[in-house]
Design a protein around this ligand. Structure first.
Ligand SMILES: [Zn+2]
Length: 210
């Protein structure tokens, strides 16, 4: 029962393209750097590659902070607001929240912005089952997110925390108050009913490109 209610919320979350839009083109091959301009406006920018072409785009600060919230949620913990962001001398980011701060390595930040766009460009099916979450991409490949040592682990060969499947799951679960599949399943299993036994609920969600 709860699953069904939650799944409609997840569908809404994944459809709400307006709140988390894409700002890089679909042919994106690599993100080289994410930073902020040195002038007073501190405008966020991304330097990226489309094939052999190197490009740069500026985007809104509000969106930058929103995405960093998702990245911190995946890599570390849930935070309510990002208070301030600074670039480190190695091209990483220092993210400050109300009571804590995190340093994110350049490779980790670049990978997140790349994978985030892959999530938005793909049509994914998110299926929450009693022991794991399954993410299926447009080509029919399945990836399983399971809980190991109280931490989400994805079955894909991507060794980074921010693989596109974990980003998809976190984007879907954030509006429900969860940042990991582990936390979501733990809360569901606490109130487990016979309805959930052996059942799985599937919902295909199209994430439209801009
Ligand atoms: Zn993955």
């Amino acid at each position: 029962m709860h699953f069904i209610e939650d799944m409609s919320a997840i569908a809404t979350a994944l459809h709400s393209n307006s709140t988390l839009p894409t700002f890089l083109p679909q042919g994106l091959t690599k993100v080289e750097r994410v930073g902020m301009t040195r002038n007073a406006s501190r405008t966020p920018y991304v330097v990226y590659w489309v094939g052999e072409r190197r490009c740069c785009t500026f985007f809104k600060r509000q969106l930058f902070f929103k995405l960093l919230k998702v990245l911190v949620a995946i890599a570390h913990t849930t935070i309510n607001t990002v208070k301030c962001v600074e670039t480190t001398e190695w091209g990483g980011l220092k993210i400050k929240a109300a009571t804590a701060a995190w340093i994110l390595a350049r490779a980790q930040v670049n990978k997140f912005f790349y994978s985030y766009h892959q999530v938005i460009f793909e049509q994914v099916t998110l299926s929450l089952q009693s022991e794991h979450a399954m993410i299926s991409d447009r080509s029919g490949r399945n990836y399983m997110i399971t809980s190991h040592n109280n931490h989400d682990t994805c079955s894909c060969p991507d060794l980074y925390d921010s693989c596109s499947h974990r980003i998809a799951a976190t984007l879907a679960l954030l509006p429900l108050g969860f940042t990991t599949v582990t936390a979501y399943l733990a809360s569901k299993n606490k109130n487990k009913t016979s309805v959930l036994e052996g059942n799985c609920i599937n919902r295909t969600t199209a994430i439209a490109a801009r």
